[in-house]
Design a protein around this ligand. Structure first.
Ligand code: IMP
Ligand code: MG
Length: 172
């Protein structure tokens, strides 16, 4: 175990089985569509690579990089660091995120994407935190719900550390 880490919340085998399940579910929902994945960097990088391979339908991919809501002032605006390469107008967009906490980041992103007129817009988060307040966004696909604790690994960081861990753990 890497230093500074506490309990493992989602181990490698559990990650694999949740990704496989999501792959089947999403493939079933997009058989007659043209799935266009939008991966929210950097936290979803490992997840989206696995999820793509678990799909049995064709899929294209694009990436967006933002400053998370939590790191911006309470303005409610999320700053886009790197925008999408391609227009999403008329496409069946699935936004893929590593973790959803309050949901404010995703809700801002969705409002932004809606103005670009996609044919459909859904969201998949590998992790969703269980919190007292309702989530600010409706998630269409969830890997695992976890307690409201800070976690790292499988793409998720604390100050850019731990992203390469093949499991998800609490910080000690
Ligand atoms: P939200 O806007 O509150 O949903 O926060 C979402 C963003 O905060 C995610 O995209 C992550 O960048 C970051 N985040 C929230 N919780 C965690 C965590 O437990 N570990 C790592 N990053 C987190
Ligand atoms: Mg981060």
């Amino acid at each position: 175990m890497a230093d500074g880490l506490g309990d493992v919340l989602v181990d490698q085998a559990a990650i694999e089985s949740e990704v496989a399940r999501l792959g089947v579910q999403i493939s079933g929902d997009y058989t007659d569509k043209r799935l266009h994945i939008v991966s929210v960097l950097k936290g979803s990088a490992l997840f989206v690579a696995d999820l793509m391979r678990a799909l049995s339908v064709p899929a294209t991919i694009d990436f967006i990089s933002i400053v998370p809501y939590a790191e911006v002032s309470a303005s409610g605006v999320v700053r886009i660091k790197k925008d999408l390469d391609d227009p999403i107008e008329g496409r069946d967009v699935l936004v893929v995120e590593g973790i959803c906490a309050s949901g404010l980041t995703l809700s801002y992103l969705l409002r932004n994407f809606e103005t670009r007129n996609p044919a459909s817009l859904r969201v998949c988060a590998f992790l969703a935190k269980r919190r007292h307040e309702p989530r600010q966004v409706q998630l269409d696909y969830i890997g695992r719900e976890i307690p409201d604790v800070f976690v790292v690994g499988y793409g998720l960081d604390r100050e850019e550390r731990y992203r390469n861990l093949p499991y998800i753990a609490r910080l000690a």
